[in-house]
Write a protein that binds this ligand. Structure first.
Ligand code: PRP
Ligand code: URA
Length: 212
């Protein structure tokens, strides 16, 4: 399977184990929510490897030293509603001081186009690293629309975290936003006629919130 250069598949055994549990239809909503949060933390760990550090003066109980701390303004985590909320929880566990923005999008079931119903982000987003998250990258219409909007408002350094992508979605996203790296646990080969990832994990929002 050939994927664009901007796609990073996180092959860590804990990530792969948790993804399999999430795919399993027997997994309850409660466990799905917990797994999504945990996988969010692990994918977030990989996606934040290149955050800049600055040497600062501190004193340990034993001696003074110079030690690294995160540099610059705090990053912004932007979940795509609804299901992105569950993934964002894990990323916020990792970076508790992060700011948050929200993009509300739903997929029209007939056209599969993303329809926006909410958009609220920190004003100074152009000065911050931005992590957009949504468990699913199927056709990529939602992820492309979210990143389009963020770029329009000035966001420059953006990464996208998802749990599961499709080959079609990864290629479509990379074509429009080649500058935005994708961090994912896996990429499945197919989409069905309703735009669902096959074998996938079903409807992430419904499984997370128990709405079906
Ligand atoms: C799901 C998912 C993504 C989108 C992915 O959301 O959480 O946002 O579909 O599909 P795409 O790549 O083809 O755009 P949905 O529209 O079902 O909304 P929900 O999260 O509110 O359930
Ligand atoms: N949205 C989901 O929640 N699951 C899919 O497989 C595709 C879109």
């Amino acid at each position: 399977m050939s994927l664009p250069k901007s796609v990073h598949v996180v092959s860590h055994p804990l990530v792969q184990h948790k993804l399999t549990k999430m795919r399993d239809r027997q997994t309850s909503s409660t466990n799905f929510r917990r797994l999504l949060r945990e996988i969010g933390l692990l994918l977030g760990y990989d996606a934040t490897r290149d955050l800049p550090l600055v040497e600062t003066d501190i004193t340990t109980p034993i001696a003074a030293m110079k030690a690294p701390l995160l540099d610059g303004k705090k990053l912004v985590v932007v979940p795509i509603l609804r299901a992105g909320l569950g993934l964002a929880e894990g990323i916020i566990d990792l970076v508790p001081l992060a700011r948050m923005g929200h993009v509300g999008l739903y997929r029209d079931p007939r056209t599969l186009q993303a329809v926006e119903y909410y958009f609220k982000i920190p004003q100074d987003i152009s000065d911050r690293d931005v992590i957009v998250c949504d468990p699913m990258l199927a056709t990529a219409h939602s992820a492309i629309a979210a990143v389009d909007r963020l770029k329009e408002t000035g966001a420059r350094r953006i990464k996208f975290i998802c749990v599961l992508g499709s080959v079609q979605g990864a290629n479509a996203f990379a074509e429009v936003h080649p500058d935005v790296p994708i961090f994912t646990a896996a990429v499945d080969a197919e989409l069905n006629d309703h735009g669902y990832i096959v074998p996938g994990l079903g409807d992430a929002g419904d499984r997370l919130f128990g709405t079906k």
